[in-house]
Ligand binder design. Structure first.
Ligand SMILES: [Zn+2]
Length: 231
């Protein structure tokens, strides 16, 4: 099978803290990812850093948030495949049945990986995100004088998965599931992440999506938006 290689670098060219040029340092990840469409791609995520040695962020390796959002550490499946596994598990499907469902889509996966993925997702869903927001926001602000986050929303089988990460170190702050049409609770949650006036930048999906409209309404102030490159 022919596997296409896609190369990603950070969505911005200049250091978000001091404005100096970023330079390539090393390849942060390079692996073959299986997508829910059944196709596979090799994703290379290139790491860049600030060229100004006096910059507070000089030791930060910036990567593409587009690539990071589907290259989940330790796994070789897209975020959509992982979300699908999570939903099926929550609906009580056996792992054998999930393997069979995924095989129909052309995705190869072992029983054990299904359990591992679900365990990891469950722990993210149950994590104390309020505490993560507090700790990670204070850390970002004290180190870089600003807070940058990425918010990713994907919908599958009537559910919306919302994943929030910090943009400096790509730590996951929270993972949340809503019914696809439950805008009210989605807005409540987004407020918890964006109301802090120190949040300066949000990396997210492009303007023309429904999700962006909701996000923009919740933010309702000046905000720097950086868009995920559509895969
Ligand atoms: Zn810098």
């Amino acid at each position: 099978m022919n596997i296409v290689t896609k190369v990603y670098k950070p969505e911005f060219e200049k250091c978000p803290v001091c404005g100096s040029k970023l330079a390539y340092r090393y390849t942060v990840s390079n692996k073959v990812i299986q997508f829910s469409s059944g196709h596979k791609s090799r994703i290379k995520n290139l790491g860049y850093s600030c060229t100004n040695q006096d910059c507070k962020a000089s030791d930060v390796i910036f990567t593409s948030q587009t690539a990071s959002k589907f290259c989940i550490k330790g796994y070789t499946y897209s975020a959509k495949v992982i979300s699908l596994i999570t939903i099926l598990k929550m609906e009580g499907y056996s792992r054998e049945k999930i393997c069979a469902e995924l095989a129909l889509l052309g995705v190869e996966i072992s029983d054990r990986n299904i359990d591992n993925i679900f365990e990891r997702e469950k722990s993210l869903l149950n994590a104390d995100y309020k505490k993560n927001i507090e700790t990670e926001y204070d850390f970002m602000y004290s180190h870089y004088g600003q807070i940058r986050i990425s918010i990713d929303s994907l919908t599958i089988k009537g559910k919306r998965f919302v994943s929030i990460r910090d943009s400096f170190h790509n730590h996951q702050l929270g993972l949340h599931i809503f019914d696809e049409n439950d805008t009210e609770n989605l807005k409540k949650l987004l407020h918890e992440y964006v109301d802090d006036p120190r949040v300066k930048s949000i990396t997210t999906v492009r303007k023309f999506t429904d999700f962006f409209k909701i996000l923009e309404e919740v933010v309702a102030r000046d905000m720097e938006y950086i868009y995920f490159i559509k895969y």
